[in-house]
Design a protein around this ligand. Sequence first.
Ligand code: NDP
Length: 280
Amino acid sequence: MVLIDGKKVSAEIRSRLKQETAELKNQTGRIPGLATVLVGEDAASAVYVRNKNKVCQEVGFQSFGQNLPAETTEAELLDIIKKLNANDEVNGILVQLPLPDHIDSERVLLAIAPEKDVDGFHPINVGKLAIGNALLTPCTPTGIIALLDYYGIEIAGRHAVVLGRSNIVGKPVANLLLQRHATVTICHSKTTNLKQVTCQADILIAAVGRPNFVNADMVKEGAVVIDVGINRVDGKLIGDVEFNPVAEKAGFITPVPGGVGPMTIALLMENTLRAFKASL
Ligand code: NDP
């Protein structure tokens, strides 16, 4: 069994981005810029945004942090996004979700210029991903593909089973796997005979949001198991996969934490650099 080390792969991507950014700065006199927009005081969101700004500095990007009070109106937020869309120094705009209840998240995501949508959630980018020609694809799913590639795991022709059909993880990762010529099955809460389906997976992606949901009986011998789940249980982070018994059967497996998690932020930076290069 090979333990997939997301921390190591993420660090390597960040170091490559840092080098490329320095080279581009020499050539163009410009650096990529990422704007993070946080509305309200949700503690977990604040940590995520702080980390994103920290990694921005690490790779040599300019970061534009907007920490707005919880009472910010939708109109005020839309106005801020309009200004960021028009700002040439900003190549990526990330609005941290969830937004307070009085703000319509869909309207806000639609307002972000698609070429600056580094989360890949704008319907234009979602559509481009479905067609197969997107520049900006969602960070966590793209990070999963980067992990498979790093470990030389064949995707074409293999059966990938995705547990979960959210717009953030399940659907986009299924699309990316399809683009790479996997045979893809998507499962969800209404799937019948789940175990029968998961036992056929050469590559099993668990994005369910339920601690230890995938047990060893659901996994084929030698399968590649990617655990996207982040569940807090008694103050500990637990994945969607029952790690020890599944690891005994799997060919490759990601731990939680230290697997998919660290990839998301690295791919956010990669998307920002892509958006910057496309703007030159
Ligand atoms: P959602 O809650 O949006 O989606 C969960 C999916 O799992 C749904 O499609 C749901 O089906 C399906 N599901 C729920 N119960 C079952 C069941 N009993 N059998 C089969 N399918 C089921 O979650 P997300 O996709 O946003 O996130 C999934 C996990 O990944 C979470 O733990 C989240 O914290 C984590 N995550 C981690 C990230 C990272 O950076 N590592 C980034 C994003 C998320 P249905 O559609 O029918 O309801």
